[in-house]
Design a protein around this ligand. Sequence first.
Ligand code: ASP
Ligand code: MG
Length: 410
Amino acid sequence: MQIFKFGGASVKDGEGVRNLERVIQKFGNKRTVVVVSAMGKMTNKLEELVDLAVNGKAHDEVLEDVFAYHHSIIKEVLNDVPEEYLRWENSLKESCQKVNGEDLLWSYDQIVPHGELMSTSIIAAFLNQKGNCSWLDARDVIRTDQYFTEANVDWVVTEKRISKAFGDLDGMVVTQGFIGSDAERNSTTLGREGSDFSGSIFAYCLGAEGFTVWKDVKGILNADPRIMENTEKYDRLSYREITEMTYYGAQVIHPKTLKPLAQKNIPLMVRSFENLDLDGTLISSQNTKKTVPCFVFKENQLLVTAEVKDHNFMNEQKLGMILQVLDLLNVKINLMQNSALTFSFCMDNKEFKARKIKELLNRDFILSFESPLKLATIKNYQPDSFNYLPWNRSILMEQKTANNYQVLYR
Ligand code: ASP
Ligand code: MG
């Protein structure tokens, strides 16, 4: 058994859907599980729809855009509009009536999964023209808690359900990434770009031989090619290496994807769906020798500085107070530094969280905030790596360890 995941960019048009079939024909078999995201940029469009629907605003136009987009792809690859697809059009219309502004996150999760439901119903119908493939509703097997929009998987229930479902299915299976459901059958989502994680959930629960993510790049690159020239592709990486890359913000794979694979030693391949002759990147438990430096640039960072009020030092007890608040607010620290009287840290710039930090720490500390800043990280730096950084900027914080270098600048 092996798992293939196709993201939105790979199925953004009719040609993409036909290419998906070519990939499966060349590399898959009857036991391949195909996990697919919403087509193109549909998730963004559905987010717009949520915004209008929860505020009771007119949303027919956006709904029409969503339908027209899918119909244009259907027209390219199928003779008729599949019944299974139309079912999700109706379901989406109904969901728009049900949502409300009070349960924002719940509302989001009832609308947005339709992108994946629609895309997989079209793809299953297309694949079924030539062979036998089953469509599986991921919400019937992936059980989560009610942390809507960032739901956590209940592994015990999910594993049981996946084994049972696959015992009854034969042939290739097409299912959705990104979505699941809670114990009360509300739809839930696993976080933006969560389809990679879904693929890894299926791989783990089925004890798959391998998991392949088909992407529009050659494999895992050492920097974002939109930001840096002359990027290099990694042929091999260890789970550990790539987990660290995602920690620093490299957008190569959804961060939650790695752990389930590493636990069962399932190899992950990241390959190009555009050039099927390329090998891509193989990620496994095998440690790689010296890897080329990896560059991560993060925009829109917020620097928070907390200064003690009473001329005592910024001691461990005070640091503890601050960290407790950050934990409570689910803030991830991207870089931090302390001095005699201050503690400074940098985080993704979220206004809501900044406001909360102020509210909770204002009494004990003098707080200052600066944004928007940029954070550059070089993992496994080498002497010449620093030439790639924009040195003409004013630096606010800098840190260098034996392997990594990070700099926060204006
Ligand atoms: N369609 C979802 C998103 O765009 C999930 C995914 O693509 O992985 O975030
Ligand atoms: Mg996507």
